[in-house]
Design a protein around this ligand. Structure first.
Ligand SMILES: [Zn+2]
Length: 66
């Protein structure tokens, strides 16, 4: 099985001009759009933080009611 060295990076579509931008570049060469710097791990952490906040809110709400 041959491994393509470019496969690790891949391409993503620029929201500004729909051009394919290499994933290792944070800025579109054509229109200058800057991609958000958040990594997938960080996004997962943010999602877990939101879930914990909702659970805490429900716990507080139940404690106030009963
Ligand atoms: Zn662009």
């Amino acid at each position: 099985m041959k491994i393509d060295p470019n496969k690790d990076f891949g391409n993503r579509e620029c929201p500004g001009c729909a051009m394919e931008v290499p994933a290792n570049q944070n800025r579109c060469a054509l229109c200058g759009y800057e991609f958000p710097h958040a990594s997938p791990a960080k996004q997962r952490l943010t999602r877990w933080g939101a879930i914990v906040m909702i659970i805490l809110f429900i716990l507080v709400f139940l404690r106030v009611r009963f």
